[in-house]
Design a protein around this ligand. Sequence first.
Ligand code: ACO
Length: 329
Amino acid sequence: MAHARITGVGSYLPETILSNEDLEAMVETSHEWIVTRTGIRERRLAHPDEATSDLAAEAARRALADASITPGDLDLIVVGTSSPDKIFPSTACLVAAKIGARCPALDAMAACTSFVYALHHATSAIESGRAARVLVVGADALTRHVDFTDRATCVLFGDGAGAFVVEAGDEPGVLGIDLGADGTRADVLEIPACGSAMPASEEVLANRLQFIKMNGQEVFKFAVRVIPESVRRALAASGMTTEDLDWLVPHQANQRILDTVADRLGVAHERVFSNIATTGNTSAASIPLAVDALYTGRNLHPGSVVALVGFGAGLTWGSVIVRWTKEAR
Ligand code: ACO
């Protein structure tokens, strides 16, 4: 069986910064409340001319350059996103056009777990022998779906993209995977309207149902329970324990969630990657953005073991254990 290994990493953050002070001018909130409750100080906003596929294409170009391959070498593109440019065509098709690839392309939609689901698709395609080079992107412009009059959600989200090139090889790079979904809890975090269940209408707009609605406390309780369980299952599938981990890279949703799961897993806080202060919650982009920051910071070396873990609407969750095989940049 071929093994899947990560051979390229890239990421992209839009230029415009939205600070907590900026938000103080928009809703009744304070920098102190946001930092204390979430750890977030600022986040990035996509330019009005930038859609999710633009963020994704830039991260993809950087990952392809890092892997020293061309778009024509790709067998498959999987884009994890829950803020597609359009309902169809898929964002992956738009990314393929923007980078100049003609291979099969599809989206994986599992909210903030989308990148982990996309990485699972890529790994399965490689291990089955159906693909040798796959581009996996996590990209979201969720601020386009945020109600900037709702202080409970508008302080959390930011835009961005990250990408991996995953290639077949003799050495295993992607080890154990754990994925799950509990659709009975779909109403905990959703965008109620503008899909087939509730098409756009004047009533939808009047009730602001085109925007993210979230029961924050329920998501918090779910996250701090499911992350440790899922990481332990993925480690067990890899024949490992938390002792083997060099880094834990959770989806960046709230610093208090990161701190709680570190304690529950018994992983030292300095081994839990966090860049939430400057990115906010970038949804599907947060894990590859984090891995690119770790790699660029020369914190990943051949043999490093990293647990990537996502959770989000669905409710969905997923963990992937990665053995790093690339030399530091
Ligand atoms: N500024 C000031 N006050 C606020 C703000 C704000 N931005 N937002 C809420 N409050 C108030 C509330 O109104 C409430 O006031 P009250 O006590 O007078 O009623 C008080 O602060 C406490 O509100 P809580 O909701 O209990 O605050 P909590 O400590 O739970 O923090 C938060 C809220 C940050 C949203 C937290 O619950 C959280 O991070 N949840 C997880 C969210 C998450 O991880 N989402 C990821 C999934 S994303 C995806 O899948 C797309």
